[in-house]
Unconditional design. Structure first.
Ligand code: SF4
Length: 197
């Protein structure tokens, strides 16, 4: 388990290890797909990341608490497989989506949006995730170990200190490889997925 302020640096320093681990996970994703489609794949990935977070002690060190949403003001990239499952879950459980916010988010490039418009459209009024059980892998990898006060001041600090695991990131790489094997080469953005609802 490593302590990093930047996910890009962590990826660069551990590329080979992450790729090797992802290659071991990939066949398991194909098996999960054969048994239970996209739902089987995402169930496996999400349980895997949650278990790694627990067994490495990351969960115990995490200072995030219900209502913390500092990390939910950024562009959320997800795999096609996860996008499919989230889209279906929102429809099935009739989870309300702030359509006006989604429209504002899709009107211009994400980095040019005002801070408040970068708020994830799946956050409720109390700062809780409306799709917590189905939230994508990338959200499961953000575990701040900073004093929560650091997170409450609208990004006055460039990034919170977080812990990363090679295994957790390997799941994301395996998911992208799985998408490619299924003929989907691009990453999806949550705000684009939500605009299709
Ligand atoms: S999906 Fe949920 S956890 Fe992820 S950014 Fe949106 S509100 Fe936050």
């Amino acid at each position: 388990m490593n302590k990093e302020r930047n996910i890009g640096d962590f990826l660069k320093d551990n590329t080979k290890k992450i790729k090797n681990k992802a290659l071991l996970i990939l066949p398991v994703l194909h098996e999960a797909f054969a048994k239970n489609g996209s739902q089987g794949v995402t169930d496996y990935c999400h349980s895997y990341i949650d278990a790694i977070n627990d067994t490495t002690g990351l969960t115990a060190k995490t200072s995030c608490a219900p209502g913390c949403h500092f990390c939910c003001y950024g562009e959320i990239k997800l795999s096609y497989t996860e996008a499919t499952v989230i889209y279906s879950a929102i429809k099935q459980f009739m989870i309300p989506v702030d359509k006006q916010l989604v429209e504002r988010q899709n009107r211009k490039p994400y980095h040019r949006l005002k801070y408040m418009n970068k708020r994830c459209a799946m956050l409720d009024d109390k700062g809780k995730c409306k799709i917590y059980l189905f939230r994508p892998s990338v959200c499961r990898l953000y575990n701040s170990t900073d004093d929560p006060k650091e997170c409450n001041e609208q990004h006055k600090v460039p990034d919170t200190e977080t812990l990363r695991t090679i295994e957790g990131l390997a799941v994301m790489v395996a998911l992208m490889e799985f998408d490619k094997d299924q003929g989907n080469n691009k990453k999806y953005m949550l705000q684009k997925v939500l605009s299709k609802l």
